[in-house]
Write a protein that binds this ligand. Structure first.
Ligand SMILES: Cc1cc2nc3c(=O)[nH]c(=O)nc-3n(C[C@H](O)[C@H](O)[C@H](O)COP(=O)(O)OP(=O)(O)OC[C@H]3O[C@@H](n4cnc5c(N)ncnc54)[C@H](O)[C@@H]3O)c2cc1C
Length: 272
């Protein structure tokens, strides 16, 4: 459950949150038709018998098996044995760095109450990702939601000065909206957008906002490692710790090789 925002004096103190909002879904009828065509139906029967119903894992396995026609022994004259256990099959994909297979498997996350500090770093990761970010040209700031790490929240003088500053920034946002008459009847949207875009310049990098971030498993593995590293920025470390936890329970064979030390996610198989 997300934590409720805490109101400190008048301002909104928030916690960065991650929601896993989308995962792969296979069309098993189409998979079955394809397998009939190539003589690999026994793979689907094995999945059925083993109640292997995690579509993300099945998709990765499907892509891997297609590469070597390893649905069952004999389809490829070079292959006399095939792995039948999904966990060990996928571990072999990781250990042999057969990374392209993982690029078919994408997940989408709603990142909520994340600062522009964090999102600015996140958008630097490009291959295998997709991004839609809350527009502060369109969305006018009525307040400045803000995350404080625990060490900062424990410093009374820092909090007093920080909240005073943020409250004055919020008051300035409201003053500008009134000054520009944005809520008066008949103000065209392009004028609101123009002024809202100007007003956002007076929000700090730490303002909490939102983003949909999609990444395939290959990109996820890389960013979880890079962004939980002890040298990474603390908010993005927090976010990617949460993403790591979500993914480890979502697809254990693809994320179960990490050890977590002081918040750093260290993969057994790097650079897949
Ligand atoms: C400690 C630290 C300090 C940083 N400081 C700064 C800074 O001061 N200023 C700044 O601008 N950025 C900085 N960055 C950001 C950094 O330069 C990268 O842009 C960012 O970490 C994205 O990671 P990535 O390169 O692994 O790319 P991703 O987009 O995650 O790509 C994954 C992998 O794909 C390959 N790849 C991706 N794109 C290309 C490409 N165009 N050509 C060849 N191979 C590619 C690389 O192997 C890469 O590791 C910093 C990052 C760290 C971790």
């Amino acid at each position: 459950m997300p934590l409720s925002p805490v109101v400190f004096q008048d301002m909104k103190i928030v916690q960065p949150e991650v929601y896993l909002i989308s995962r792969p879904r296979l069309d098993y009828a189409a998979v079955a038709s394809y397998l009939r065509e190539v003589g690999g139906e026994s793979w689907l029967e094995r999945l059925d018998a083993g109640r292997l119903d995690n579509d993300a894992l099945n998709l990765a396995e499907f892509a891997g098996r297609l590469c070597y026609r390893s649905w069952e022994p004999g389809l490829n004259p070079n292959v006399t044995r095939v792995r039948s256990d999904q966990d060990s099959y996928l571990q072999n994909i990781l250990s042999s760095a057969h990374g392209s297979v993982l690029e078919h498997v994408s997940f989408s996350f709603a990142l909520h109450n994340v600062s522009r500090v964090a999102t600015h770093e996140l958008v630097r990761h490009r291959p295998g990702t997709a991004i839609s970010q809350e527009s502060l040209r369109f969305v006018r700031l009525a307040d400045i939601p803000f995350w404080f790490p625990a060490w900062a929240a424990d410093d009374p003088e820092l909090m007093e000065r920080a909240t005073d500053l943020l409250e004055r920034m919020e008051a300035f946002q409201l003053w500008m909206a009134g000054h520009f008459g944005l809520d008066q009847a008949g103000v065209p949207f392009h004028e609101k957008k123009h002024k809202t875009s100007f007003m956002r310049r007076f929000a700090p990098d730490g303002v909490a906002t939102g983003m949909v971030w999609t990444a395939n498993v290959r990109a996820l593995r890389h960013t979880i490692e890079a962004r939980t590293d002890p040298g990474a920025e603390e908010e993005i470390r927090l976010l990617f710790g949460k993403i790591g936890e979500l993914m480890r329970s979502e697809a254990p064979p693809l994320f179960g090789d990490y050890t977590v030390e002081d918040g750093a996610w260290i993969p057994r198989w790097r650079k897949v």
